[in-house]
Design a protein around this ligand. Structure first.
Ligand code: PBG
Length: 329
């Protein structure tokens, strides 16, 4: 397949000038490749810095427009909402997830009221921002309950869909939840609400800053290894994806991003469906701190983002998405 021989063939010839390098480019990025995650907080007129994520803020609902205006101007297709729930609203069973006045619900209403369908909204389905123990599901004698958790996730999905959420994104890793959520959405006439399954979500040390941002870090009891995947495995990711496709997932997500490019590639090659990558908080913070300290230069961000496209991702969830004007060049 690869032919030619030095010295008649010299691959450096095509790299000689910038115009020539541009012609042979195999992958490029555009704003349409991005999903912007947004952290929400209670109160009004606040934009709180997140100390573990330099350059990322938590916004009150009335300050959201500032960020969404920018996202629309940049031509980003979708935002993802994440709440920092006040500790006094958290409990064992995460009931705040089902409160129609919770941060995410108010966020969806506000965005849809102001912007209609100019931008898509995706919402996590999982209980961790709402539970006093920081886990994604219900716990009984130290076990995360699968089927009982799904019943709550169904209600959470229906509530978000009612508020106007376009893409339901279960990030909880319970078995069988995609099929049950799809069925419930269809039954309630939300046939066009999409499901983006966090199909291959690994139990990872790269989520630390996010847990800090949503306030679950200090609460989290133990770890999430009984439901999130072992990072030593890759065949298992294909099984997860195969099941989720059967159950009705419209798109699947791989998370974290950069340490899992091989997973993105094999899912894309095998299943030919839309695959999204999540460049998670730990990746963001490592790179941002490295840039701040002058250890690497800012172009590393672009390089990291292109790697997802090379691997075959259709879109990337990235905390850099609100600064694409400075990053895509
Ligand atoms: C919650 C959830 C997590 C992230 C997205 N949704 C954390 C976790 O599973 O503990 C992590 C995102 C990031 O690190 O940027 N289910």
């Amino acid at each position: 397949m690869i032919t030619g021989k030095y010295p008649s063939l010299r691959l450096r010839r095509n790299r000689k000038e910038s115009w020539s390098r541009r012609l042979i480019q195999e992958n490029t990025l555009s704003p349409s490749d991005f999903i912007l995650p947004i952290f929400l907080i209670d109160g009004s007129n606040k934009k709180h810095p997140i100390s573990s994520m330099p350059g990322v803020y938590r916004y009150t609902i009335n300050r959201l427009a500032q960020l969404i205006d920018k996202a629309i101007k940049l031509n980003i297709p979708m935002v993802a909402l994440f709440p920092k729930t006040q500790n006094n609203k958290k409990n064992d069973i995460g009931s705040e997830a089902l409160n129609e006045n919770n941060l995410v619900c108010r966020g969806i209403l506000e965005i849809k009221k102001r912007y209609k369908n100019q931008i898509g909204i995706m919402c996590d389905v999982a209980l961790d921002p709402y539970t006093s123990h920081g886990h994604d599901g219900l716990i009984k004698s130290n076990e995360i309950l699968n089927d009982e958790t799904i019943e709550i996730l169904i209600a959470q999905s229906l509530l978000q869909a009612e508020m106007g959420c376009d893409v339901i994104a279960p990030s909880d890793m319970m078995d069988g939840r995609i099929g049950k959520i799809r069925k419930a959405l269809d039954k309630s006439n939300f046939k066009n609400v999409r499901i983006l399954s966090y199909a291959a979500k690994y139990a990872s040390s790269f989520y630390g800053p996010f847990r800090d941002a949503v306030g679950s870090k200090s609460l989290l009891r133990g770890n999430k290894k009984t439901y999130q995947m072992d990072f030593r495995n890759s065949d298992e990711a294909l099984r997860e994806v195969a099941l989720d496709i059967k159950e009705g997932a419209d798109m699947v997500l791989v998370k974290p991003g950069m340490p899992y490019l091989d997973i993105i590639k094999s899912i894309k090659e095998k299943f030919k469906l839309p695959v999204f990558a999540y460049q998670v908080s730990g990746e963001y913070s490592l790179m941002s701190n490295g840039i701040r300290k002058g250890l690497i230069n800012q172009k590393a961000i672009y390089e990291s983002l292109v790697s997802f496209k090379r691997a075959g991702a259709n879109a990337i969830i990235s905390y850099y998405a609100d600064r694409l004007d400075k990053i895509l060049y």
